[in-house]
Design a protein around this ligand. Structure first.
Ligand code: URA
Length: 435
């Protein structure tokens, strides 16, 4: 079999067989298929798509490209959560400790930053000493003892996604339903959880801009979950503005800690509670959302959830004191205020551009080999519907290197539409899709 034949076939819009998909995944992982041929095939898939059968074959080939974790020795239902990618989306650092504090077991495999969106692994690595490459044995030990652990794809676990994810990130091939579904679900299957809660983002900061496409993506992933015998629920949530108020790795960890400390609420807390409630429901800990919300609020107020986060950080080699002293997180050299050129209500935020502005400051990657600066990013002083006066602070930029600063400010400002009329509130939760 030749990979050039597969590229040609997909270019013509023909479906690839399971054998061809397996050949591609094996060859790409073992290095016989180089990046440039893989990129060409990904681009052909982006243009011509894959049907449901191809998408499931791709997911399974990726999931089995390395080891599959066996967590059956840990009593109870192990649940995983995954977001399809957004801006200022640090829900994992709130959801996982909350669920663990309520008696759940969270076994999660995450990814790095993708395109303009942040990645949970990059954010976790901003905690001094924290390691996401701990191997399956240690991962299972931490889930069993602490009730939560987050691991990354590596040479053993879903190596196909590790390589394809990094390649898609820099070749404009992220926003495709089959490629997102296979990337997400291969990780979920390989990480060995019994139940999966998916946060499928929709809007101008998501990979799926239209609600209809997000629902399609959610349905495909729920079907794949069913096929793999995992209890799977998808919640379609809004990404027409950054979810929280911080964009950037350490900044997002800081904001999540502040939510767990009870200092901060807003959409980030509401989305995290909605996801955590579903995690408790699929884990058979709660029957209804209302019961789950009560338990979660108690876990937050008692400080139990914050202690769970500290425990996971400690067991994964990080400094657990960050949960009580956020100054231990990496700090940027400068804070620069970005002021509004106009008075009025914020009626629209082009969320992707907010993510791109943070990336330009060094919070994300433009090329595969780029290093992330964990300290830099953006704190948002104003969000959708807020009134801003001319000359008032729209945001604070956390900066170490001023090379792209002017461009980043201009991209950021171009993201804001400011008008006289107060806009309608944006919905946060669109729909829930289950088997
Ligand atoms: N998250 C993933 O893990 N993969 C994608 O392709 C998008 C979001």
């Amino acid at each position: 079999m030749l990979v050039t034949e597969l590229i040609d076939k997909k270019k013509q819009g023909e479906p690839l067989s399971a054998e061809e998909i397996n050949f591609f995944i094996k060859g790409y992982v073992n290095g016989t298929i180089p990046d440039y041929q893989a990129a060409a095939l990904l681009m052909a898939v982006w243009f011509k798509g894959m049907d449901y059968r191809e998408t499931t074959d791709l997911t399974l080939a990726m999931a089995h490209s390395g080891d599959v974790a066996d967590l059956s020795g840990i009593p109870g239902i192990k649940a995983d959560k995954h977001s399809t990618g957004g801006v200022s989306d640090g829900t994992t650092f709130i959801v996982a400790p909350l669920v663990a504090a309520c008696g759940g077991k969270v076994a999660k495999m995450s990814g790095r930053g993708l395109g303009h969106t942040g990645g949970t692994l990059d954010k976790l690595e901003s905690i001094p000493g924290f390691s996401v490459n701990i191997g399956i044995k240690k991962f299972a030990e931490i889930v069993s003892e602490a009730g939560l652990s987050v691991i990354g794809q590596d040479k053993e676990l879903v190596p196909a996604d590790k390589k394809l994810y990094a390649l898609r990130d820099v070749t404009g091939t992220v926003d495709n339903i089959s490629l997102i579904a296979s990337s997400v679900m291969s990780k979920k299957i390989a990480c060995g959880s019994d139940a999966i809660v998916l946060d499928v983002k929709t809007g101008n900061g998501a990979f799926m801009k239209k609600a209809g496409d997000s629902v399609k993506l959610a349905k495909v992933m729920v079907e794949i979950g069913k096929l793999a015998k995992r209890r799977t629920v998808a919640i379609v949530t809004d990404m027409n503005q950054p979810l929280g108020v911080s964009v950037g790795n350490a900044l997002e960890v800081r904001e999540a800690i502040e939510v767990l400390q009870g200092k901060h609420g807003g959409n980030l807390k509401e989305a995290a509670f909605t996801l955590a409630a579903r995690m408790l429901m699929v884990s058979d800990i709660c029957d209804a959302e209302s019961d789950a919300f009560g338990k979660l609020e108690e876990a937050l107020k008692s400080g139990k959830a914050l202690s769970k986060l500290a425990k996971m950080i400690e067991m994964q080699g990080g400094n657990p004191d960050v949960v009580s002293d956020i100054s231990l997180l990496p700090q940027a050299a400068k804070k620069i205020a970005v002021k509004s050129d106009k008075s009025g209500y914020i009626t629209e935020i082009e969320t992707k551009n907010v993510g791109i502005a943070a990336l330009m400051l060094g919070a994300g990657r433009e090329k595969k080999e780029d290093e992330i600066d964990p300290a830099v990013g953006i704190w948002l002083g104003k969000k959708h519907g807020d009134y801003v006066k001319r000359g008032e602070e729209l945001a604070l930029f956390y900066v170490n290197n001023e090379k792209n600063l002017e461009d980043a400010i201009s991209v950021f400002k171009s993201a804001y539409k400011i008008e006289d009329k107060e806009p309608d509130e944006l919905p946060l939760i669109y729909t829930v899709i289950s088997e």
